[in-house]
Write a protein that binds this ligand. Structure first.
Ligand code: GCU
Length: 332
């Protein structure tokens, strides 16, 4: 499975590279590959279609933007390497997946950082925040150009979670990243980091008791087929970032780079709109799959992990300015 996937990835990139810089009648266009792990009805994909349209409406004679959904170019960890090399130009990736490259992204893994989705959306739409997140881009080899909302992450499991005590001793899949492990330990549960694409079979085979994500994981990834209890504990809001390869962006003429950056803003607007519509549909769809949605005392969950805020800030003091800005966004 793993080998097939790697070979598939190598092939996809080789084929894509072979068709890059080719075109009809001697014209040459540069292929711009955009990778993500979601299905084509997902808001991330809809945002990327707006990105493609915005770039090609201005520079369609020079660039052919190609979107690769469903992780066909590989899991995010692998594609990040290709982004750094410049053979893939853009990737949509959750901030949790890149905190091992740059601690600044761990900000969003701090549980209960935001008090509402509007505060979160306001924060991730702020150009100053994106600038602060970009300070290490040269060293990282990638830079965030837009932030997409991914709603609120909640626990879902094979048995109902109605209080913190129900998490005790259970194994939950989390996204890779040390902050998630710290969070699960604080909740009294065990964290099992793994790639998004591996979660369905891990749930099916009971390698894990549950996972945590927004509601689209139940429908789009079909996790609702194998887990029937979804608990609104609201522990995290992590954006999906559209990141660009530094190598690619740095190599562009300034006017072209601006077109890509403007297109990223169009993508964000389209993604936000698609998100709000899709999430309501997904809740109905998941209920039809037999998923029970459970409301809990969110404060009980919050209080359990709140001491992590000071702990994480003292371990990573460079987070403080962004943390303060997030707190200010909560004030409205
Ligand atoms: C969400 C998010 C993805 C992320 C996934 C995960 O679906 O949008 O970017 O990869 O969660 O939990 O891995």
């Amino acid at each position: 499975m793993r080998i097939t996937k790697l070979v598939g990835t190598a092939l996809a990139v080789a084929v894509a590279s072979a068709i890059a810089l080719t075109g009809c009648g001697g014209e040459s266009k540069q292929t711009v590959r955009v990778s993500h792990t979601q299905i084509e009805s997902h808001p991330d994909h809809i945002g990327l279609l707006a990105f493609e349209k915005a770039v090609e409406s201005k520079l369609g004679d020079k660039y052919d933007v190609q979107i690769f959904p469903n992780g066909t170019l590989g899991a995010n960890e692998k594609v990040l390497e290709l982004i750094k090399q410049g053979s893939v130009q853009f990737l949509v990736v959750s901030t949790a997946n890149i905190e091992s490259f740059d601690k600044l992204y761990s900000l969003f893994s701090i549980p209960y950082l935001f008090t509402s989705e509007p505060a979160f959306e306001k924060f991730i739409s702020d150009p100053k925040v994106m600038e602060q997140l970009s300070v290490n881009s040269k060293a990282n080899g990638f830079t965030p150009v837009a932030a997409f909302t991914a709603g609120t992450r909640n626990f879902y499991s094979k048995t109902p979670i109605r209080s913190v005590a129900d998490l005790s001793g259970k194994k939950f899949r989390v996204q890779a990243g040390p902050t998630n492990v710290a969070m699960m330990t604080a909740f009294g549960a065990a964290a099992t980091p793994m790639s998004f694409g591996e979660v369905y079979s891990a749930l099916q085979q009971s390698v894990i008791d549950g996972a945590e994500n927004n509601e689209l994981a139940l429908t789009d990834q079909k996790h609702g087929e194998v887990t029937k209890f979804y608990t609104y504990d609201m522990h995290q809001m992590c954006p999906d970032l559209l990141v660009g390869s530094e190598k690619f962006l740095e190599g562009l003429p300034a006017e072209d780079r601006q077109v890509f950056l403007d297109a990223a803003q169009e993508a964000q607007k389209a993604e936000f709109a698609a998100w709000h519509k899709r999430i309501e549909e997904a809740k109905k769809q998941a209920a039809d799959m037999g998923v029970e949605f459970i409301q809990v005392d969110v404060n009980e969950f919050r209080n359990k992990v709140l001491p992590l805020h000071q702990q994480l800030l003292s371990e990573t003091p460079e987070l403080k300015p962004l943390y303060d800005a997030a707190t200010a966004a909560n004030q409205g």
